[in-house]
Design a protein around this ligand. Structure first.
Ligand code: 0X9
Ligand code: ZN
Ligand code: ZN
Length: 264
């Protein structure tokens, strides 16, 4: 797994945002966004004042493809594959849903204990090496990581904890107002409309997700983006929509990062 650190080197420790893409293999616009983000960061640093300040004051850890084996499988075998590609003992079905494999109400709701299901939670918490690696990294750097952003598709949603329960997060009001601000700036570019809210009530109850896990670890600004579209093309988002989707998403990510900085 390849993890990039983007930010001005200062010698001292800086607060950080953790951004991952491609947890689910078939959500191709997601890795495209992480790639776009890194290119924008390194090419607009020094000219765009907002990006310059962000990268002066903080680091962004970018995991461009979380589920590498699954992503490869969607390019070469099955375009609609979602899960990892690990073997399951006692079953001929392959893979675990990495976004059901985190230690957050693991496998209690909205997940399956059947290895053949697309939402299989895995044999145990962090059974998937990809999940274990990300969880270990965030745990090790939890004093510096102030925000956790994870990019999925599709549905045009900006979700935050919780998804494993209908209970509201302690920081619900702040998370909601930051989400609404981010969605507003996103819409301003091409008119794409987003819905913001806690995962459980905005899409569905689903335990074991990375956002809920990061939040309960103490990373307050924990968001799941569901990028374009709302179902016309779904995972098969046409090439012509890659650039506008990345451009608008960039505005929302920068908005959240700026809010994090302002509240340090
Ligand atoms: O179900 C998911 O993992 C995400 N939707 S997707 O269509 N990309 O699969 C939503 C995740 C929301 N957060 C949690 N369930 N924790
Ligand atoms: Zn997803
Ligand atoms: Zn455009």
């Amino acid at each position: 797994m390849h993890l990039l650190q983007v930010g001005k080197s200062t010698g001292s420790t800086k607060p950080a945002v953790f951004l991952d893409c491609g947890i689910h293999a078939r959500e191709w616009i997601s890795p495209a966004f992480c790639q776009w983000f890194v290119n924008e960061a390194v090419t607009t640093y020094g000219t765009d004042p907002e990006m310059t300040r962000l990268l002066d004051e903080m680091n962004v850890f970018v995991l461009p493809v979380f589920n590498i084996d699954g992503y490869d499988y969607t390019w070469n075998r099955d375009r609609m594959w979602r899960k990892t590609r690990s073997k399951n003992s006692g079953s001929s079905c392959i893979g675990t849903d990495p976004n059901r494999n985190f230690d957050a109400g693991w496998c209690t709701v909205g997940a399956s204990s059947n290895p053949c299901s697309d939402t299989y939670c895995g044999p145990k918490v962090e059974s998937e090496i990809e999940v274990k690696n990300v969880a270990d990294f965030i745990r090790k750097n939890k004093s510096t990581i102030k925000a956790y952003l994870t990019i999925h598709s599709y549905s045009q949603l900006l979700l935050f904890p919780y998804s494993y329960t209908y209970e509201l997060a302690a920081d619900h009001n702040e998370l909601m107002s930051v989400a609404e601000g981010a969605a507003e700036v996103l819409t301003s570019l091409h008119g794409t409309r987003y819905t913001s809210g806690p995962g459980a009530s905005t899409i569905y109850l689903a335990a074991g997700g990375s956002d809920d896990w990061a939040y309960d670890l103490g990373v307050k600004y924990s968001y799941t983006f569901e990028l374009r579209d709302t179902g016309r093309y779904g995972f098969l988002l046409p090439e012509s929509q890659i650039k506008p989707t990345c451009e608008e998403t960039m505005l929302a990510v920068k908005y959240i990062a700026a809010h994090v900085l302002r509240n340090l």
